[in-house]
Design a binder for this molecule. Sequence first.
Ligand SMILES: NC(=O)c1ccc[n+]([C@@H]2O[C@H](COP(=O)([O-])OP(=O)(O)OC[C@H]3O[C@@H](n4cnc5c(N)ncnc54)[C@H](OP(=O)(O)O)[C@@H]3O)[C@@H](O)[C@H]2O)c1
Length: 373
Amino acid sequence: MSMMGCATPEGTARYGERFRDSAASDHFRHAQNLWLSSIGIGTYLGNWDETTDRRYIDAVARTIELGANVVDTAINYRFQRSERSIGQALRRLISEEAKFARDELVICTKGGYLPFDGAPPTDARRYVEDTFVHKGVANFSDIVAGSHCMTPAYLQNQLNESLANLGLSCIDVYYIHNPETQLQEVSHEEFDDRLQIAFERLEQNVAEGKIKHYGVATWNGFRVPTNAPGYHSLERMVGLAREVGGRDHNFRFIQLPFNLAMPEALVTYNQTLQGTRVTVLEAAHTLGLTVVASASLLQGKVAFGIPEAIRGPLGSLSTEAQTAIQFVRSTPGINTALIGMSRRAHVEENLQLTRVPPVSLEDYGRLFEQGAK
Ligand SMILES: NC(=O)c1ccc[n+]([C@@H]2O[C@H](COP(=O)([O-])OP(=O)(O)OC[C@H]3O[C@@H](n4cnc5c(N)ncnc54)[C@H](OP(=O)(O)O)[C@@H]3O)[C@@H](O)[C@H]2O)c1
């Protein structure tokens, strides 16, 4: 039995109320008529084994217990095991223990990469043939770079699989995963056509109640210069969404990497809004989209050796990881900093930040002055 429903304004506000006495101001942020925590759990890294499954089930449950209601995954993470682990954590918290309700939580996943099923198959081509080609889900000609597909039929199949893995009737944010991968093989014109029919299908799924919002989760697309082959224009993407969904289209989230070593979203003027150069964070704000940061710790690498000139303005926090996360969640325009956490100890360390307000704009500015010295 699926857990029914999705995140709602009332449910996410109720979740915030649970932490009224402990959560710092601006830990919960109002976005797309929901209350989202400034920290979310990601589930990308880790082995495809039962030990890691058990760790993620525990880490996701502990994250929700400690005050973060944003959970991020993708169907291909750990060969579908991350989605299934999240499904188990949710079942425990919602159905078995009745500690939380479905409408309090914002569950996000992605489709685009061809996922294996639990473990890598011995013959990958045969697996793709059996799972996708023979079933009419996708042809080899639909697959780009040997790994990526975003045709409407394929995304529909993947969305249905994600719902089953997560045990949900509705996903709050469904991202097309790294769409820039398509630009390795197709022109920008062809890419726009593909994205538009993908958005059209996602709008249909919103109408059917299978997803609440959709978006794109990118790695390079919003960070690279305008003339780079994998560049994405957010204004253009929103234009495509408006063409298929009207002014009230549901393309409302973007995800991009942002951390102390990858600050491009804040500092690179690679987007255009009605002819004016802006950053992607400014473009998203003006276009009414919510930005979620991935890789907040640069996959664990920026949790070590942060200089005092950066630690000070960020509040001289107890640990390097907390400092790195504080940078991301304090950045104007970033709603939620995702941190991959498969270990309870990391959840408990990082979630201490729910009690700490993000740094003021003044301190944030000081960070750049000092960092420049
Ligand atoms: N293109 C995309 O769509 C895209 C790309 C990358 C990431 N994402 C999303 O963003 C999420 C976050 O990114 P990420 O997982 O790649 O990288 P990350 O959050 O930058 O780093 C995760 C790594 O940091 C470790 N860690 C967590 N807390 C720590 C602490 N307090 N001290 C030391 N190490 C700590 C984790 O270890 P443990 O696992 O051992 O706890 C894990 O190895 C992903 O999980 C995924 O959901 C999306």
